[in-house]
Write a new protein. Sequence first.
Length: 153
Amino acid sequence: MEYTRVGFAGGHTPNPTYQEVCEQSTGHAETVEVVYDTRIISHEAVLREFFLLHDFSQNRTQSDGQYRSAIFVLEGEKEGLNQWKVAREMMDFLGENGQKVATELTKISAFFAAGSRHQQYCSARGITPKRRDFKKISEILTLFSPQINRGID
């Protein structure tokens, strides 16, 4: 990873504040921007971690709530289009293998960074995020091979 930063995406209000997002008046989800070099790590590897780190089978609030499961891809970028394709394939593959996938896949035009007190929240507080034990999901994902990696798109 080159870097990560937390913020908001997927809503209708430009430059929302944390308070506005918490009030659920902006339509934004709290999210993490993940910037990485695809020559070093693949979209598939990043997306595998996404699906292994949280419960993608349910949205914790209504469909436009701040805690919904979502993958946001920036519009207009070639790598964004590739990420979109791999994410769609992986979500379909999980569904075809008996998994309920409630994750939203949305193209966005902007990501809005949260304030500095929200950045690197866990490391600043000595908290180690817990990885969920999704053995079945891990086993299913070992069978996944995105078509884009095979040169088919």
